[in-house]
Write a protein that binds this ligand. Sequence first.
Ligand SMILES: C[S@@+](CC[C@H](N)C(=O)[O-])C[C@H]1O[C@@H](n2cnc3c(N)ncnc32)[C@H](O)[C@@H]1O
Length: 382
Amino acid sequence: MEFAGFPFRAGQVGPWRRLGGRGHAPATSPSRRSGPGVTECGPRAGAAYNSPVNATLPTAQSLRAALAGLLDGLPPKQATQAVDRLIASYRGETPTDAPILRDRSDVVAYAAYRMPATFEAVRSALDALVEAAPDWTPATHTDVGGGTGAASWAVAGAWEGPATTVLDWAEPALALGRELARASGSPGLRDARWERARIGAALELAQADLVTVSYVLKELTAAARTELVDAVAAAGQAVVIVEPGTPDGYARIIEARDRLIAAGLRIAAPCPHSAACPIEPGADWCHFSARVSRSSLHRQVKGGSLSHEDEKFSYVVATRFPAAPAPARITRRPQIRKGQVLLELCTREEGLARTTVTKRHGEQYRAARNVAWGDPWPPDIP
Ligand SMILES: C[S@@+](CC[C@H](N)C(=O)[O-])C[C@H]1O[C@@H](n2cnc3c(N)ncnc32)[C@H](O)[C@@H]1O
């Protein structure tokens, strides 16, 4: 079953005390990431987050540690019931008139299963923003529908010190988010403000350098989606919206993208341009993949022994300031053959395109053997 990107079946919950596995192995190079715990998508995944330069920047590992600390002691039966109830709520009518995350068990269930994945998806989208605007640093950040704070963790990992405000209508989510943030060791996160707010016509958003909206549009009515996207377009210098990497998630992203452009923003990523998306509606959907380490609980619950899973997501990043979108972006996992690499691209000039990079292309061929789904193309070759 899957709800709002929450792909777990009822009754599949193991002992919660065992949550909090090894977390991420640090990526040592911004250019390569193929192992467990390393984001596959985005131009410099792993680079800023695990930098030895600043040990206070939050990482996936510190997020897991914070989650493990909070979950220790929650009775397994209570946790099982919370997940079952949460799944049932999402199976029912959504959007709802009241928060689905009603109490601590609900938000613990959400944070334990989904937060590492939504964190990785947002982190990949932020990577693409940094790639397009490397000299830009947000001083203020608003995370709308921020829940337990996954996007805020990703923002605090990408830039040191933005003043973050998390808005959500679910008080238990805000409370858990606040606790996790305090356990993060990151000054930016620790000082974040957690405020109750309902998305809708009455939502007032203060101006902010960066606004994130992560895995929220799916939970809104069409009217509320429109109001929210217009509000974030008016409030943010940069707007990052992330949704599950499904056909309907992509459709919501495209709808948001159109509104952001109509409001005067330009697309910084993943698209190489702000013109119409070249994908024929219904024929395909633009999405990417981020690698998420599985805790021991995840492995128990979902079966199998894989130490990671891949979170599929769609996203758009738009800015009011000048940014430099990639000339083209890799839209599928590259196919490496003997002596050649096949790339599927979204390009600025030709829309969707396929290219074959062979040994004859020298440096570019060597680079192609290392690129990942979601990366810009061509790479900067010194
Ligand atoms: C799927 S969760 C995503 C949480 C977080 N952004 C993340 O990426 O993990 C959706 C969040 O949107 C919030 N939400 C849904 N509808 C809302 C509304 N009308 N007003 C405020 N928050 C809302 C929920 O309470 C929940 O925290």
